[in-house]
Design a protein around this ligand. Sequence first.
Ligand code: PAF
Length: 287
Amino acid sequence: MPHSFATVQSINDLRSAVRDARQNGRTIGCVPTMGALHDGHLSLVEAARRETDFVVVTIFVNPTQFGPSEDLAKYPRPLEADLAKCRAAGVDLVFNPEVETVYPTANATFVEVPGLSEVLEGAHRPGHFRGVTTIVLKLFNMVLPDVAFFGQKDYQQQLLIRHLVADLNVPVRIRTCPTVREPDGLAMSSRNAYLSTEGRQTALALSQALKIAEQSLCDDGQSPAEARARMIEHLTATPGLTLDYATIADSHSLEDLDEATSEMVALIAARVGTTRLIDNQPIGLSS
Ligand code: PAF
């Protein structure tokens, strides 16, 4: 059967396309995005195509997850290129609603995962995760997918979404897919487009620091405190980079670790010029 590709902007059209697919016995996969699609997003589409029968990509730059001084207005919106990538990648349906469709009235109802949404990214971007969990729940309620696919690059985000779904009994399975990197190690991100040639070189310090942490913990048998110090030393010695945080945390609670365990994650956020970048590396010591 030739592959059909459609785009819809209204919730009614979205629901009716998904209902038809489901009535034909197809399982529904959803890849929520804010557009400016890169190979990281396309790896989520590939996973969705492998694991489900009808793939919906949502493209929506969600205003409620941007702080007042953040890059909402200048966030890249290359819609035509995104649609071409979706079509070529075998996506069945793109849902790209207007802001007024998603938020017809000032949103009075928000969902929040307390605690976990207040540390690390949450501490540096107050209100960000409240916007993320709210839009993700709204998108789940609009698309009604069986499985939803997220990137591990946004480690804290996927953890919060897992909590949201478990706590509110949302009938969707969450899949977290590995971070896709450029050959030199830079994690793919829509925000990389903001980096100058020089800034892009500077940004390599994040993935380098993660490697240093991994080596420190796994090869050199050092403690999380030592690994953390080595990451911070590398990052703060990088000209043009301002560090927000670099830590070794428990991969579930995101609490800083003193003792090495089998479930750790190294997490970094830093600014290169005005571009804020995050990266992470799960690290497990085998016992
Ligand atoms: O990861 C993103 O692109 C966004 O935070 C998401 C999950 C699409 C919600 O707007």
